[in-house]
Design a protein around this ligand. Structure first.
Ligand code: B12
Ligand code: SF4
Length: 467
């Protein structure tokens, strides 16, 4: 029996423990379907460094990490090696962009799409063993030989995508609110802050039948109220989107569950909205990014302020809630541009959303330009790549030319605005009450005479009425 343990490196931030990562779950389902190893046991856990090694007693460990959690991945690798000398394989977006980051406790790094490569690594380990000579014959990996980083030939992507079975969510701890799915890999756009295009190279889609079957099995397994479709490209191919909608309606899935989807605002039109409505999408998350035409053109091509306004108008017209996502600290963005975004959010009256400060992740265009400006390098403290600027204002990595303190001030102003809006949405009564009390306090401080006269007038009126 080959015992495989796949570990998602997570920080102590409670947010990291509430989601089930799809990448490792795809690896697991692919192994279970295609592995020729007679007996294989795949387990998936989260860890922030250590875990109960004896309980799992693995024969091989795979670690998944993003940039923010890469230091944790290194700690996990060291912990595994400290317990037993078994192979440790690292994968995910961070190591794929920077294979040279492999630590001495990592035996191989899987670059890019992981399913077939991980399977071959496991089969080689179970058969001939993971010697350097054997590693050299496996495509799509990096490893070290006498300290030298060797990268093997790039692996071809799996096609058609339907060959990959749906993620093995049954092996993960899940709750009803944590139901994500993706329906594509890759992206034809090249937003400067996102690594999707570079990571996946080409764009591939799961077929409508595959997508709908996955939705059905999610409903059967978890009875969720909502399913979140998290790829930006769900609506990219209109014909495919319509086929998915038709299947959902035909099989009455829209009567059993509601959906949220992410979209690129420039792709929204009347027909798409009708489709979204038919399939029972109640909320659409839009990466509007900026309310300044100048800043928007820097980070996203083929998306204008008019697209943002138009998408907002159309979605609302069809009774679909809009989740609005914005960025700050964009290269070239001035305080005036940030003000424009602030007013844009107010004007458009978004009530659900968030603003993030742009983080230059490896593998993105903004990383390359930050590198040439000397702001980042390939061997940094990856802990500073958190997107939580408000928690780490001093050491978060940013690319803004606006001085850090001023950016922080603007960011906090934006954040407070979103918090107020959120309060209105989640507890309008409470928010109105708080707003009322705050207004009264303000009024008393600034114009006590007016408050006093109002109070007297109120008493007089009640007295007269009683008489
Ligand atoms: C959905 C999503 C989320 C969801 C679900 C997360 C999840 N891990 O499933 C939520 C909202 C929870 C989320 C959270 C975050 N996300 Co997110 N997310 C995405 C998104 C849109 C899709 C991820 C996905 O499902 N991909 C599909 C799977 C199949 O791909 P994959 O995970 O990369 O796995 C494949 C390979 O990488 C490889 N692989 C991965 N792990 C391993 C391990 C081994 C052993 C092997 C062999 C191979 C292997 O094989 C897998 C199968 O082919 C991507 C953008 C994108 N379009 O890809 C961003 C993205 C991954 N997220 C990103 C970020 C920054 C975050 C957060 C750090 C944000 C935050 N500060 O909270 C957290 C971190 C959570 C985490 N630890 O993963 C960045 C990561 C950039 C970076 N270099 O770090 C991305 C790339 C977006 C971007 N800005 O470019 N995210
Ligand atoms: S942000 Fe969305 S649209 Fe832009 S490149 Fe990434 S996946 Fe594509």
């Amino acid at each position: 029996m080959l015992k495989v343990l796949i570990i998602e490196a997570i920080s102590k931030d409670p947010y990291h423990t509430v989601f089930s990562p799809l990448g490792p779950a795809y690896l697991a389902s692919y192994l279970c379907k295609y592995s020729k190893i007679k007996e294989i046991d795949v387990k998936m856990i989260f860890s922030d460094g250590e875990f109960d090694f004896r309980r799992y007693n693995p024969d091989i460990v795979g670690i998944s990490s993003v940039t923010e959690t890469f230091n944790i991945a290194k700690r996990i690798a060291a912990f595994v090696k400290g317990n037993k000398d078994i192979p440790v394989v690292i994968g995910g977006v961070h190591i794929s962009a920077l294979p040279s980051n492999m630590s001495s406790d990592m035996d191989a790094a899987v670059i890019g799409e992981g399913e077939q490569t991980f399977l071959e690594l496991l089969e080689t380990h179970a058969g001939k063993g993971l010697t350097k000579a054997n590693l050299s014959g496996i495509q799509g990996i990096a490893y070290r030989d006498d300290g030298r980083l060797i990268q093997t030939k790039e692996r071809e992507l799996i096609a058609p995508l339907d060959l990959i079975p749906p993620p093995a969510r049954q092996l993960q701890k899940k709750n009803k609110r944590d139901i994500w799915m993706i329906t594509s890999r890759g992206c034809p756009y090249k937003c400067i802050f996102c690594s999707a295009a570079q990571f996946w190279k080409t764009v591939r889609f799961f077929s409508p039948r595959y997508v709908v079957n996955e939705i059905k099995s999610l409903i059967e397994m978890y009875h969720p109220e909502t399913i979140n479709i998290v790829d930006d490209l769900f609506i990219l191919q209109k014909q495919r989107f319509n086929e998915i909608v038709d299947l959902i309606v035909k099989e009455k899935i829209n009567e059993r569950v509601r959906f949220t989807v992410l979209v690129r605002p420039n792709l929204i039109d009347e027909d798409i909205c009708l489709g979204l409505k038919r399939m029972n999408v109640t909320l659409v998350g839009c990466g509007f990014e900026s309310g300044s035409a100048k800043a928007l053109s820097v980070i996203k091509q083929n998306q204008t302020l008019e697209d943002n306004v138009n998408a907002t108008r159309l979605l609302r017209k069809h009774g679909i809630l809009v989740g609005a996502f914005f960025m700050m600290g964009i290269p070239g963005e001035t305080i005036k541009d940030m003000e424009e975004t602030y007013h844009f959010i107010q004007e458009q009256e978004y009530s659900r959303g968030e603003s993030y400060v742009l983080t230059p992740f490896p593998g993105t265009q903004v990383w390359d330009s930050a590198k040439s400006r000397g702001l980042v390098n390939d061997n940094m403290n990856w802990d500073h790549f958190t997107m939580d600027f408000y928690k780490h204002p001093k050491d978060s990595i940013i690319v803004s030319e606006v001085p850090r303190e001023e950016l922080f001030k603007e960011y906090m102003r934006m954040r407070k605005m979103w918090e107020r809006k959120k309060a209105m949405v989640t507890s309008p009564v409470e928010a109105l009450r708080t707003a009322g009390i705050l207004y009264l306090v303000k009024l008393i401080r600034h114009n006590p005479y007016r408050v006093w006269s109002f109070f007297i007038a109120f008493l007089r009126a009640s007295f007269t009425r009683r008489k």
